[in-house]
Design a protein around this ligand. Sequence first.
Ligand code: PGA
Length: 255
Amino acid sequence: MRYPLVIGNWKLNGSRHMVSELIAVLRNELSIVTGCDVAIAPPMVYLDLAQYHLSGSQIALGAQNVDTHLSGAFTGEVSAEMLKDIGAKYIIIGHSERRTYHKESDAFIAEKFAVLKEVGLIPVLCIGESESEKKAGQTEIVCAHQIDAILNRLGKKAFESSVIAYEPIWAIGTGKFSAPKQAQAVHKFIRDYIAKHDAVVAEQVIIQYGGSVNTGNAAEMLTQPDIDGVLVGGASLKAETFAVIVKETAKAKLA
Ligand code: PGA
């Protein structure tokens, strides 16, 4: 059975103060919530502090990026082993902001996926189409292409113990929200596509939805059978709001 998963992607936001305050409130709000895995992914520089404040809680630590190398002369980078060393569990890769602003290719993202698997961390692979690709009816082609890059690099079991986040680019940070049935159709396509390679892996891979998720729209999205959780950006920056989304996820998935 797939376990629901909610991750907060803080992007380039936060401070030492916010890390300690937000985690304190979140721990309190979620202390008796069961039925949903939760992680927060603050900026790299705060990961160690976040882990300190998370210790002993059920909230896991995530990161927003990783380098393809494990060590060496790669100025400015952070390796999968370092992330593991400080206790991170889920690592977001392939986010559309990194594909766009840092020109990350499918092949490069597949290398990141590979190094995370090698070290034993859980990749959260973001995929999704742009507005123009959606209008051109290319959503499935785009998602399939992004998934193929991983399957070609790592084989049919690539998505074992991994997470995929379907994030239509037009929905990220825009307040535009995909209709739940429409998102479900894409999630089902993704699962069926992976099933063509390995049915067991397809059945267990967690597929999150992301893009303008908030307290008003999460619940309906999570009633869809192939939507296993959410990747939350803006709405994860307030502990109370993020906690409501986690509680709604647990409720929707237990129902
Ligand atoms: P958003 O971001 O919730 O602010 O739209 C989601 C994401 O980019 O992961």
